[in-house]
Design a binder for this molecule. Structure first.
Ligand SMILES: Nc1nc2c(ncn2[C@@H]2O[C@H](COP(=O)(O)OP(=O)(O)OP(=O)(O)O)[C@@H](O)[C@H]2O)c(=O)[nH]1
Ligand SMILES: [K+]
Ligand SMILES: [Mg+2]
Length: 423
């Protein structure tokens, strides 16, 4: 029998209210032990909670949800207590003393919901992203997956493939008879349309881009003003700025939402042919790596030395000596051009993000969608019917993997480890 688990599911105390959830076969008994009785199902009741010695712990709102039609698919109880540190700790201690109860691990409630078929893997992944969402775009994108829109899309594809497979089976079954009807005329078109639709969604930027933010790397020679611009864009004194060439050595990263778009600004060491020592050499190597990993690179140096695909920025535009012909003119000192640069970043950022008003895939899901499309594209309508049937089966299996039917323990550990305790 599964353990019964409990955890504080609301934010860290102290808070106005603390919500403690209990899930598993002993949830009802545990609630009754503290509250004196089991309240009627699905109706909130106010109860004085007491420990095993009868000492009052708190007056709380309690809820009883008998399984399996619950969030976790198990018997589930909720205690809405006062959110003080000592209150929450005392109730948790009282629960921990009950037979068969233990504290939940990170993501364990959600993992049970998945194991019990209450949500599929795509919904769980969406939920993890929703909880981590810090910007409005991230919230909107995650809400679609968490709400099951992605799962419904996959289910519709599975059904279409099942329909196509049924028409292949029908032709196979009657293959011995006289005037054999072939595959329906629409068969090839339907398969093609399905593969195109899968490729279209799989071709969008991956959901991780939205979750992790777009990396904007500031690069250029020493003293170009990278750290000054980094600070100006962040409106914060995050990086050290001095007149000494080679000030920045480490790669410095700061997440920032601009116009609702999630970015990670990256400041780097000045790149020159030879650094003045080992520390700077390492810094330069790191800077080059950061440039390779950036989705947007702002180049504050000679246009001739700019990394491929970078955006030319003319820093220190307030100075007379500033050459200024090419690129965006900015001055970290006067602030001139910083607003325009931010606007430009937002416009580029929006293009680099997946659309949040329609279903999108993360990298793992993209792999399976592409695999499914490949199996459909491999169908030769003039070829062997048994081979076609196998192609369709393989496509369907790939979609099963996408929503987590037969997923590995390792993968589930990685996913549910992303959740906090109490979720
Ligand atoms: N006038 C003027 N000076 C600037 C501007 N931006 C930076 N500086 C000055 O240029 C010098 C170097 O600035 P940093 O921001 O440290 O340059 P960096 O590219 O980060 O330098 P390293 O980290 O050493 O590679 C400092 O003295 C800054 O005050 C600017 O827009 N206008
Ligand atoms: K400097
Ligand atoms: Mg610097």
């Amino acid at each position: 029998m599964e353990d019964t688990i409990f955890a504080l599911s609301s934010g860290a105390p102290p808070a106005a209210i603390g919500v403690i959830r209990i899930s598993g076969p002993e949830a009802g008994d545990a609630l009754a032990a503290l509250a004196g009785d089991l309240p009627p199902a699905r109706s909130p009741r106010v109860r004085t909670l007491r420990d095993c010695a009868g000492e009052p712990l708190d007056v709380a709102l309690v809820l009883w949800f008998p399984g399996p039609a619950t969030a976790t698919g198990e018997d589930l109880a909720e205690i809405h207590c006062h959110g003080g540190r000592a209150v929450v700790a005392a109730i948790a201690a009282a629960l921990g003393r009950l037979e068969g109860l233990r504290e939940a691990e990170a993501g364990e409630f959600t993992r049970r919901a998945f194991s019990n078929g209450r949500i599929d893997l795509a919904e769980a992944e969406g939920l993890a992203d929703l909880l981590a969402a810090e910007t409005d775009l991230q919230r909107k994108g995650a809400l679609l997956s968490a709400g099951g829109a992605l799962s419904r899309q996959i289910e519709s594809w599975r059904e279409q493939i099942l329909g196509l497979a049924a028409s292949v089976e029908a032709v196979i079954d009657f293959a011995d008879e006289e005037d054999v009807a072939g595959l329906p005329a629409s068969f090839e078109g339907k398969i093609g349309d399905l593969a195109v639709e899968m490729r279209r969604i799989a071709g969008q930027p991956a959901a991780e881009r939205l979750r992790d933010g777009i990396r904007v790397v500031l690069a250029g020679p020493p003293n170009a003003g990278k750290s000054s611009l980094f600070n100006a864009l962040l409106a914060d004194d995050a990086a050290i700025v001095t007149a000494e060439a080679g000030t920045t050595r480490d790669v410095l990263e700061r997440p920032i939402a601009i116009g609702g778009v999630p970015f990670v600004l990256v400041d780097t060491a000045g790149i020159r042919e030879e650094g003045t020592g080992m520390i700077e050499e390492i810094g330069i190597a790191r800077a080059r790596r950061a440039v390779d990993q950036g989705q947007i690179v702002l180049w504050l140096g000679e246009p001739g030395q700019a990394p491929a695909g970078s955006i030319q920025v003319n820093s220190k535009s307030d100075l007379e000596s500033c050459p200024g012909a090419e690129g965006l003119k900015v001055s970290a000192v006067t602030g001139a051009g910083v607003g325009e640069l931010l606007e430009h970043l937002v416009a580029l950022g929006k293009e680099a993000l997946p659309p949040v008003d329609q279903v999108g895939f993360n990298r793992r899901q993209t792999e399976w969608a592409v695999a499914a499309a490949e199996h459909l594209e491999a169908v030769d309508v003039a070829g062997d019917l048994l081979v076609i049937a196998e192609n369709l089966r393989s496509a369907r299996r790939a979609l099963d993997r996408l929503v987590g039917r037969d997923s590995t323990e390792e993968m589930l550990d990685a996913l549910f480890g992303r959740f906090c305790i109490g979720k």
